[in-house]
Design a binder for this molecule. Sequence first.
Ligand code: NAP
Ligand code: ZN
Length: 329
Amino acid sequence: MPQRALRDDDVLIDIAFAGICHSDIHQVREEWGSAIFPMVPGHEIAGTVREVGPAVTAVNVGDRVGVGCMVDSCGECEFCKDGFEQHCQRGAVMTYNGTGYDGEPTRGGYARSVVVGERFVCPIPEGISLDEAAPLLCAGITTYSPLRRWGVKAGDKVGVIGMGGLGHMGVKLAVAMGAEVTVMSRSLSKREDSLAMGATDHISTADEQALRTHRSSFDFILNTVSADLDLETYLKLLKPRGVLVNVGLPTQRYAIRPGMLVGHSKVVAGSNIGGIPETKEMLAFCAEHGIGATIETISADEVTEAYGKVVNGDVRYRYVIDVSTITAD
Ligand code: NAP
Ligand code: ZN
């Protein structure tokens, strides 16, 4: 697919690594509705600036940078002005499977290079390698943002459902914020990893006794599961006034009886990635706390196999494509 010629405020990035997010799979498989093909997926992009347009001031040639889920927004509405470009009233332009304001389809990070307006290019701090940084641009910000919005702090008890790409980042970030973190996974197979990442407990959601021991105990639960889930099971684990934030995006409705929320004034909320200022804040937080994604690096010809493994929950914990293995541009 051709790339647009550099505009004044554009940055041309030589991509080094692109993470595989479960959202890539949802879109490639059209689980969210019809998609735009041909598609170049990828919204966890890390690389180096090759060229900048004449009006670019924020980055220089040679800088290490990342690009996440968005590549444009109106920049003028109240949400853009407040740094919530993902809620832009004109509609944020998604990194791929989207249409730019020029009417052209966007193309993502499973490629050797990408052209992005400088507002959506985030410098990657020293100390985070490009491969471990790539997943921060989606999995990192998507878990950081709700933890911050709902004020998770030292001593809070946090539950993370689903130990995948988002889930493992949620664990690392909540631990770094001082929370006591319990992972809720379908089995105990990832238990050692959870504990190594700083979680204090890891339980199997198939173990009803283990779930019972956590009843009414969490201040905050982050649901990262990509498939349908009985949310009431987890609402029971919240303390009164506790908050369950859903970031997973399966397509079925959740069934929740109103009494499950009203009885103890509980909150169920959603959260969509995060804006650019918060993404930069998250990258600084990760650098300060020595946090990167835990990754498995693959070549381009392993992507299809990797998709199957991600769907089976068999990834430790994010596949990252070494895009130097992509031969076509
Ligand atoms: P992922 O790596 O596949 O992780 C999802 C985890 O959910 C799996 O590791 C697995 O954890 C658990 N899981 C999978 N199938 C399950 C099932 N049938 N029942 C119960 N648990 C199951 O996916 P991801 O990249 O982290 O993305 C997770 C979801 O978030 C996707 O739906 C994605 O589209 C969405 N997402 C949302 C945003 C946003 O802005 N809100 C951003 C990015 C992604 P265990 O093996 O530990 O059980
Ligand atoms: Zn994503």
